[in-house]
Ligand binder design. Sequence first.
Ligand SMILES: [Zn+2]
Length: 408
Amino acid sequence: MKIMYFEKTKNYMINAGRIIDNGGFCATGCDQGGTLYVEENRIAAVTSRNEAYSFSRVDYAAVEIDLGGLTILPPLIDCHVHLALDGVDFSAALKRWDNPEELDHIIEGQLRDTLNCGVLAVRDGGDRRGIARQAKSRCSAPLIKSPVHALRKPETYGAFLGRGTLLPETGNVLDHLVMLGADHVKVIVSGVVSFKEYGKVGPVQYTLGELAQIVHGAHRRGLKVMAHASSDEAVSLSIAAGVDTIEHGYFLSDDSLSKLAEKRIPWIPTVIPVAAQLHNPAAGGNNRLNRYVIEKTVERQLAMINKAPGLGVMLGVGTDAGAGGVRHGYGFHQELELYRNAGLSNSQILQSATLNGANILNLGWGRIQPGRPAAFIAVAGNPLDNLAALKRVQYAFLPGQSPPDNSQ
Ligand SMILES: [Zn+2]
């Protein structure tokens, strides 16, 4: 996979076998090939092959790039990762936090894997030390959005995600997060899903009034709220408190799903951190009862994912990469396969993986149309026919020479 940064002072003409826009359709007809024009880091035009186009800045050098039969589409976006964890060994990853040199090396590898899988932006779910935030300032791609650390109640689930904040301190902590460069607020509304007892989830940590106070404080500071909510009780509380995205949402009800559609709150169902346990002997993969619980939990989540697009719920794709058994980058394609198992069409999956992710992360990406930032990937094959084409990313294109957006 080769990454290319556009230069503002050049015009580009890129020929491809196919240009897919907005998941659902080919911008220039699926089999006739297309040409994409880039000026000043933005998409200037999309035309059929050989159709005439004149750059508006005629004085600049025009660079022609021929991608042969490759397919151009918007970048893949992972709406939920934990860069501070590796998805292999939780306690070893925590120990690594005290060894900056080794940590940097591992995170560099994780970010390379992420890019190689076509994922050009990730939204981090936080870590106690703000490690993802530090990685963000050092790397130009993928783009990293970070909450620094997560908000949680002291003495409840998630000590590795955040220190624990007493409610009266919320305002000060939010101010501090803004100062540290947080892109959003992550709040731990519930505990985690059980792999041993079906339908069991750790308790809800906040009352409606408390959670609403956090959401209000975040919104007042211009930050969206990403809510870890693993039970239906936690989901409906989060919706009522006005959060901006629901993470996990295991066991959410039909009623909650309808409310997500009505209130236009995106859902990031993160199936792979549960499904991955089927291959993880340490987490009970060899235990028949646990295996049954995990399978049933996955099955239920897939059934709810199946209903989401029909109800008008915006689905993002998030992997919880770094969680047990979920590798950065690779987990994204596993999650897409699970969406396929849920019965979603390739076009619905592509839209979730690209445009919906861009909207959730507040990026202008996600469409291949004039005026949009020149951010896209090129893959071998047609992912509308076969999703596996997404695993064959050959090029990533991004605006700017270096730091595309992380410097802001
Ligand atoms: Zn998470």
